[in-house]
Structure formats: C-alpha cells, structure tokens
Design a protein around this ligand. Structure first.
Ligand code: ZN
Length: 131
C-alpha cells in the first residue's frame, strides 16, 4: 500500500466518486440523446436529401465517440476504486513504486507513476477511442 494518510485517501476517494457520478449521468444523458438521434436518422433516410442524412450520421458518430471516451474514463475510475478497496491504490502497476500524492491529486485514477506513464504513452501514440 502506498504511503497515503487516511485523510489523503478519503480526499482522493471522494474526488473519484464525484467524477464517477458525474460521468455516469453524462453518459446516461448522451445515450438518451442518441435514442432521439436514431429516430432523426430514420426520418432523414426517408427524406430524399443525402446532405441531411449525412449530417445525421455525423451527429450520431460524434456522440458515440464522446460516450466511448467517457466510458473509458469510467472504467479507469472503477479500477481505481477497486484498487483502493483492495489496498493496492497509489502503487504503480508497472514498477510498483508509489505514484505520489501530488500526481494522484492531479489524476486520482492514475495507474502508473509519471515515468512509467510516459513510457506507456510512447508505446501507444494513438489514444484508444473504443472499448
Ligand atoms: Zn512506475
């Protein structure tokens, strides 16, 4: 277990939970919106206007991408909360070193220390946008 005080852990846990609830309601709202966009897409298909139909497609795909990004963050937060419950929170998953409170404050769902994170991002130049 990383050297975090009970208060520090509590602060980070609170921030993770707030972000988690915020993301969940965002995703719910986006999904709800897509339900309507799908109706719009069907309507646009019946109107013989290809330009209008492609705009509907664009809106639809943009929303999916936003949801995927949010769903990925939600997964990271869930993983962080799980690690917290298991007592592994705050330790780098690659080298096992303490991630450090300053870094966790900036990014409470961080899984790696800054050194390993930079190496990880170099290996993955393109951020995954799908699950
Ligand atoms: Zn590390």
């Amino acid at each position: 277990m990383a050297k975090l005080s009970a208060e520090q852990l509590q602060t980070l846990r609170q921030r993770l939970l707030e972000r988690y609830n915020h993301l969940r309601s965002d995703i719910y709202r986006e999904l709800h919106k897509i339900g309507r966009e799908e109706d719009f897409k069907d309507l646009a298909g019946e109107v013989h206007d290809p330009a209008e139909a492609s705009v509907a497609d664009m809106i639809f795909e943009a929303d999916i991408e936003a949801i995927n990004t949010q769903a990925l963050e939600l997964q990271r937060i869930e993983a962080a909360l799980k690690r917290m419950a298991e007592g592994d929170y705050g330790e780098c998953i690659d080298c096992g070193d303490d991630i450090g409170y300053a870094r966790l404050q900036a990014e409470p769902d961080a899984l790696r220390c800054i050194t390993c994170q930079e190496r990880f991002e170099k290996q993955q130049p393109v951020r995954p946008t799908t699950l």
